[in-house]
Design a binder for this molecule. Structure first.
Ligand code: AMP
Length: 992
């Protein structure tokens, strides 16, 4: 009776608890769609119970807001063999393939119910049955499939009821893939005291979202817990697709990896994930990336949605002016024009205009007009007038004008011109000056010819000078015998353009010069023309004397010959130099490429273009999120390049909102990996940089990182398989060191494993500065370093070399042979540094061949020159693989091969002798655990050493310190010792 009373009290108090304080949120998360909620059912739930009497019972209670809640309870804790079933009504599945069942319940623990031991249970079972329609009248227990056994756990809500605390548990289970139209749920009680307070069935969806101005509809998640559903977005109103917008709906109802985007149309701007129209007085042009802008100076927009602003009256915009530029005006006229005439040349100078019209593109044009004496009738000057530096688009405020006609009136206009002058040209933009040129002598006679040559006479004739500069009054011919002194010449004058020369000596060569005379005086004599009297004139076509011409031709031939010879010599030398240089390069790097640090490029984008291929996003299909990198999600997917077969790839994405520096840091990994080509180095397929998100595509490594892979497969591989793994990593590292590349962060977590168990070195990104390194710790010199993997000289003075990579490789060997154990367990970084400094080294992992541990110790030599090279490591591992017998000797079976191992006690520190367990605990500062040891029957240290050989059978060595150390490690696995204790143990032993 007392027991019954307790049970009744238990249930009653539960419901009182609900009435007293429980509230149920009716607002479901946005990414959940509820199919059934027992709390929102009006009236009876009327689920099917079996047996109909004495099993589950429907009970109506009120919550604190006086809203009735329907619950089910059962509490047959006294009777054995309970089998009470409760089945919901048929629940339609809708579009869901996976559904979630959230059960809120209270469960009395059997200890609180006296006298029920043996019959009382603390769990119930959850089942489901798929069916296309609501056709199950009865409960066919055998047809239901079990989802799970549900027990109360720690995640309960506490409710105070008087002197009792009730615990409301919430458990969620999921089931899928569902294929029928609906299903039933069933709850099986096997003798517990339960109240089902509420049952909610829901499925998950990614709720309607807008990203990058593309709208993505409500999307039901995939059937699988890791599957992604690809969804194409549609651009919001007043926007257009710039690049196909896509997103992936993850299984937990979250949207992932937004790709592509839309852009607001001109006249609209992005605000609150919508495209909003630009207000009056504002505009947004096609080219601008930002929002609506106020109309620039001297412009206006009268309507909403303007794509540009109109110019105020009198203001203009040139065709090339951007919409953001103020409207401008033509300039005013240049000022203070002065002219300076020198015979037939004029120098014009002026000052810039008072107004440039608001523009920077001011230039000047010169207009020249030749006018009649009255200054009225003017004509353009024509082509033969020369301007220095030029006539149009002058930037300077001066110009000299040459080859004007002498004694002539001219008018010059200087126009100030800018980009909008054409739109409103006007005389107010020019300044002018009128002037007259002075008298000037005629220019030279250019061509003299001869005819009618006799023994004593010849006739010369010529063209008028190009610039007579007035009326030619007369010509003067000066001539002399070629072999005579020039000073004994004769003169003949004539008014026509011909002269008969008489009284010449037969068979003699003569030199002739001709000049013209106007009112302004004589012009210059012409160049010499040579003719002979003995025969037909030795006239060399026209213009100059044959001697001069001959001289010219000869010099041209000589120059050409010289050019040819010089060119020949240079080409010869070049080809010889080219060959020498190539040979030199080859000598320096016989057959080996050297790594180029992308950060040495002035423009890091250039390095990316050089070492990584750009891939079009249409070739990539993202399938799953497989990890989170420092810069964004890492996904798996497929890559189909034109003409190549489809392959699986890993896709690293750069999350939105990155800075240019972050983008370059992210892509630096690609420019590093892109330089490598080795079967044990992760292979780069390419990059996506031209659209967002920026991605790095590499080959897909199905088994993920080596440390996790080993932990998952603890003890499953043969020693030869593990040595194969190590050989692969060493071979990849040999390739890197041959290329003079230092990794700096070699660790099992940075090695990836593919489906053929091939290991590849990865993580070449920011690992150089290690900002993203989870193991990175700041050293006293700044910078982050993964202490446990790093050689002492690299920690102390940042001396990173291939030899420090060899040290890390030794640690990777240890990680591999211990199946992903954490190096130095949970000792602090400081203790690790201290222990290494004092000469301690990691002990051989369980079942580790002696030869491998010996190799690890060599990698951990203090002097970096004493460590093996990667090429030697590869050779050593090859030898071991060829002679598996050498791997039979297990380390720990013999005494240590090298003094600097863990069992080495630094000089001055006494090695502990085997005494009592109590003494030993005192020495290592853990006296407080004395009772634990004696309670377990361990009084002598020998007995400690024997602790649980079954749990830690690997510790068979006979070196006391090592044994104790290993014991501590082993003890760390006992639940009796907290992690805290274990850490202290480890650290203490290291400093023994
Ligand atoms: P990371 O940014 O390189 O550290 O990558 C984050 C996580 O993504 C890693 O821990 C791996 O689990 C996973 N991952 C990266 N690259 C690949 C790949 N090529 N194949 C498979 N998984 C990868």
């Amino acid at each position: 009776m007392a027991l019954m009373a307790a049970i009744i009290y238990a249930l009653a108090s539960l419901f009182m608890g609900i009435c007293a304080g429980l509230t149920f949120p009716r607002n479901y998360p946005l990414n959940e769609v509820t199919l059934l909620d027992s709390r929102s059912v009006q009236g009876e739930l009327a689920w099917v119970a079996s047996p109909t009497e004495g099993g589950w019972e429907e009970v109506s209670i009120m919550d604190e807001k006086n809203i009735p809640i329907r619950t089910y309870q059962v509490c047959n804790v006294m009777e054995a063999s309970q089998n009470n079933w409760l089945r919901t009504h048929w629940i339609q599945r809708g579009p869901a393939q996976r559904v979630y069942i959230e059960i809120k319940f209270t469960l009395r623990d059997c200890n609180s119910l006296p006298g029920v031991i043996g019959t009382c249970k603390e769990t119930f079972n959850l089942y489901y049955l798929e069916s296309d329609s609501d056709n199950e009248r009865f409960l066919h227990e055998s047809r239901f499939a079990k989802i799970d056994t549900v027990a109360a756990d720690e995640s309960f809500t506490q409710v105070d009821i008087g002197d009792r605390i009730m615990k409301l548990n919430t458990e969620v289970r999921d089931v899928g893939v569902l294929s029928r139209a609906g299903f039933y749920l069933a709850f099986q009680d096997v003798g517990a005291c339960i109240a089902l307070v509420s049952v909610r069935v829901f499925y998950k969806k990614c709720p309607l979202a807008v990203r990058n101005l593309a709208q993505f509809p409500d999307t039901v998640t995939g059937a699988d817990t890791s599957s992604l559903v690809e969804v194409r977005g549609s651009c919001v109103n007043h926007s257009e697709e710039q690049e196909v917008p896509k997103m992936y709906c993850g299984s937990d109802g979250e949207w992932l990896v937004p790709i592509g985007n839309c852009l607001c149309n001109p006249g609209y701007e992005e605000r609150n994930e919508q495209c909003q129209v630009c207000k009056v007085g504002y505009y947004r042009s096609l080219s601008s990336d930002d929002g609506c802008r106020r109309c620039p100076l001297n412009s206006y927009s009268m309507k909403e949605g303007a794509t540009s602003c109109d110019c105020d009256k009198g203001y203009y915009r040139s065709e090339t002016d951007p919409a953001s530029m103020p409207c401008t005006r033509p300039p005013s006229a240049p000022r203070s024009l002065i002219s300076n005439v020198n015979e037939t040349s004029v120098l014009l100078e002026w000052s810039p205009p008072l107004s440039t019209g608001g523009r920077q593109d001011l230039t000047y044009n010169v207009v020249c007009k030749r006018c009649a004496r009255d200054g009225q009738r003017c004509v353009p000057c024509g082509e033969d007038v020369h301007y220095l530096p030029q006539r149009l688009s002058l930037r300077s405020t001066r110009v000299s004008v040459h080859q004007l006609q002498a004694h002539t009136n001219y008018t010059f206009q200087i126009w100030a011109v800018n980009g909008v002058s054409k739109q409103n040209p006007g005389p107010e933009q020019a300044v002018s000056v009128t002037l007259a040129t002075n008298q000037a002598a005629p220019s030279t006679v250019m061509s003299v010819e001869s005819k009618d040559i006799t023994r004593h006479t010849l006739t010369l004739f010529w063209q008028e000078p190009e610039k007579p500069n007035g009326v030619i009054l007369e010509y003067e011919v000066k001539y002399y015998e070629k072999d005579q002194n020039e000073r004994s010449y004769r003169i003949v004058k004539t008014t026509s353009r011909k002269a008969d020369i008489k009284d010449l000596t037969p068979l003699t060569s003569y030199v002739f010069h001709v000049r013209a005379r106007t009112a302004a005086g004589y012009g210059e004599f012409s160049a010499p023309f040579e003719f002979s009297t003995n025969t037909v004139a030795s006239r060399v076509v026209g213009v100059m004397s044959s001697a001069v011409l001959l001289l010219l031709v000869a010099s041209c031939v000589v120059v050409l010959l010289l050019i040819f010879i010089i060119a020949f010599i240079i080409t010869k030398r070049r080809s010889r130099y080219g060959k020498t240089k190539q040979a030199e390069e080859k000598r320096l790097q016989p057959g080996v490429r050297i790594y180029v640090d992308p950060f040495t490029y002035e423009d890091p984008n250039q390095a990316i273009r050089e070492f990584a291929k750009e891939i079009n996003t249409s070739s990539i299909k993202i399938e799953k999120v497989i990890g989170i990198g420092e810069f964004g999600e890492v996904c798996s997917g497929r890559l189909k390049l034109p003409g190549k077969r489809e392959i699986c790839v890993a896709i690293k994405t750069l999350k939105a909102g990155f800075t240019e520096q972050q983008r370059l840091d992210f892509l630096s990994e690609a420019s590093v990996v892109g330089q490598f080509d080795h079967p044990n180095i992760i292979h780069l397929e390419g990059v996506v940089t031209k659209c967002k998100p920026v991605m790095i595509i590499t080959e897909y490594m199905e088994n993920g990182s080596l440390d996790m892979f080993l932990r998952k497969n603890d003890g499953r591989f043969t020693v030869i398989q593990l040595v194969g793994v190590l050989r692969g990593v060493a071979s990849g590292m040999k390739y890197l060191s041959d290329m003079s590349y230092v990794h700096r962060d070699l660790a099992a977590r940075n090695i990836l494993v593919n489906s053929n168990l091939v290991c590849k070195v990865s993580d070449f990104g920011m690992s150089r500065v290690l900002e993203d390194e989870p193991e990175g710790a700041y050293t006293t010199r700044g910078g982050k370093i993964p202490i446990r993997w790093t050689a002492p000289e690299a920690i102390t003075y940042r001396k990173f070399t291939s030899a420090s990579d060899v040290w890390s490789y030794g640690v990777v060997m240890w990680e591999v042979m211990s199946y992903g154990e954490r190096p130095y367990w949970d000792m602090s970084n400081q203790d690790v540094i201290k222990a290494i400094e004092e000469g301690y080294r990691l002990p051989p992992p369980m079942e580790c061949p002696l030869a491998l541990h010996q190799l690890m110790l060599e990698c951990w030599m203090r002097e970096r020159a004493d460590r093996p090279k990667f090429s030697q490591i590869v050779n050593m591992l090859d030898k071991l693989i060829r002679n598996p017998a050498t791997l039979k000797r297990i380390a720990g079976d013999t005494s240590r091969p090298h003094p600097s191992t863990l069992h080495h006690a630094p000089s001055g520190s006494p090695a502990p002798s085997l005494g009592s367990a109590e003494e030993w605990l005192k020495v290592i500062g853990l006296k407080q655990y004395r009772d634990n040891f004696s309670a377990a029957g361990h009084c002598g240290l020998e007995s400690v050493i024997q602790i649980n050989q079954d749990v830690c059978p690997q510790w068979k060595g006979n070196d006391p310190v090592n044994i104790i150390f290993q014991r501590i490690v082993c003890l760390g696995r006992f639940s009796a010792f907290s992690t805290e204790t274990n850490r202290t143990f480890g650290a203490s032993v290291f400093v023994l």
